[in-house]
Design a protein around this ligand. Structure first.
Ligand code: FAD
Ligand code: FES
Length: 285
């Protein structure tokens, strides 16, 4: 029998948020800007660290983990980027401005943006993996003087599936961060690079002792990227990846997200590669 709401532990209680704005990023993928629907401390309710996620509840449909994709310096609201792949994400992508959704969070570990101050940072994204990385990129750029060289290496399937194209162009236009985009395949009208994202590492000069990497994308992309960086001498503890697993509670109670000895909802989603490297060799973990 379902527990009455007043008996649920607080982390299990969704807070109502109002959808302010939605827009299509790429085919099948929407971004939603939301704010707390109630009165109270909106800034406090929306505080998060880059890399964290919320459990988002679509009334009558269910709940899914979604990373925050917006700027952590923007207070009082949150942005999510959602690919419609199934029941709940389809419904979430269809919510209109003014609609109400439930949020629990923020949950999970963070991109180590404080620990890597003073270092060169390579951000590597594959496909939708750029969404959970974007708050880290915002943070690095908001505090540009605290970091060495900043590089974003991003790979998408096709030109039409490149996320945040206008923003990437804007970032490219100033010298704060070196932006490099590649696609797996493209028509003749694409004048950019074709190939996998790890190709960028082949010719790039990097100082392994002062380089940290943040990686998010399909597991195969993260594996190849992490090993390419290891080959270049970057230590496993300076390579950070963000894992995805099916989730139910989001707060270390149900065990659904177990990954070897870890609960991805709480020990992750962000892990340094030295902690999970042994699991990457085992299929179906
Ligand atoms: C920490 C975390 C952060 C995430 N951040 C984002 C995000 O920012 N944007 C986004 O669009 N999605 C994100 N996801 C993935 C998202 O949670 C799943 O796509 C969603 O749970 C699918 O639910 P559904 O009911 O729409 O689809 P379902 O009907 O449950 O499943 C549809 C298909 O998606 C697969 N699937 C289900 N859950 C996952 C999952 N967790 N990872 C990979 N495949 C899955 C199923 O195997 C099935 O093939 C994140 C997942 C995690 C764990
Ligand atoms: S989702 Fe329940 S323990 Fe992680």
């Amino acid at each position: 029998m379902a527990q009455p709401a007043e008996q649920l532990p607080r982390p299990m209680l969704p807070t109502p948020f109002r959808v302010l704005e939605t827009w299509e990023e790429i085919p099948g993928c929407m971004s939603l800007r939301v704010e707390p629907a109630g009165t109270g401390d909106a800034a406090g309710a929306c505080a998060f660290a880059p890399g964290q996620f919320y459990m988002i509840y679509v009334f009558g449909q269910g709940e899914v983990p979604i990373s925050i994709s917006g700027d952590p310096a923007r207070t009082g609201e949150l942005t999510f980027t959602v690919m419609a792949v199934g029941t709940v994400t389809d419904a979430l992508c269809a919510v209109q401005p003014g609609g109400i959704i439930g949020l629990r969070g923020p949950f999970g570990s963070v991109w180590p943006v404080d620990e890597i101050e003073g270092r060169d940072v390579i951000v590597m994204g594959g496909g939708l993996g750029l969404a959970p990385l974007r708050p880290a990129v915002y943070h690095l750029l908001n505090h540009r003087d605290r970091y060495g060289d900043l590089t974003l290496l991003y790979g998408a399937r096709q030109p039409r599936t490149i996320l945040y194209t206008d923003q990437l162009a804007g970032w490219s236009a100033n010298d704060s961060i070196d932006i490099n985009v590649t696609v797996d395949n493209a028509g003749r009208d694409w004048t950019g690079k074709v190939g996998v994202v790890t190709d960028f590492l082949n010719w790039r000069r990097l100082d392994p002792d002062r380089t940290s990497a943040l990686i998010c994308g399909p597991e195969i992309m993260m594996r190849f990227s992490a090993y390419a960086l290891l080959d270049r001498g970057v230590a496993a503890e300076n390579i950070h990846i963000s894992m995805e697993r099916n989730m139910k509670c989001g707060v270390r109670m149900c065990g659904r997200c177990q990954y070897g000895p870890f609960f991805v909802c709480d020990d992750g989603p962000v892990f340094s590669f030295d902690r999970v490297q042994h699991l990457f060799r085992i299929r179906e973990v």
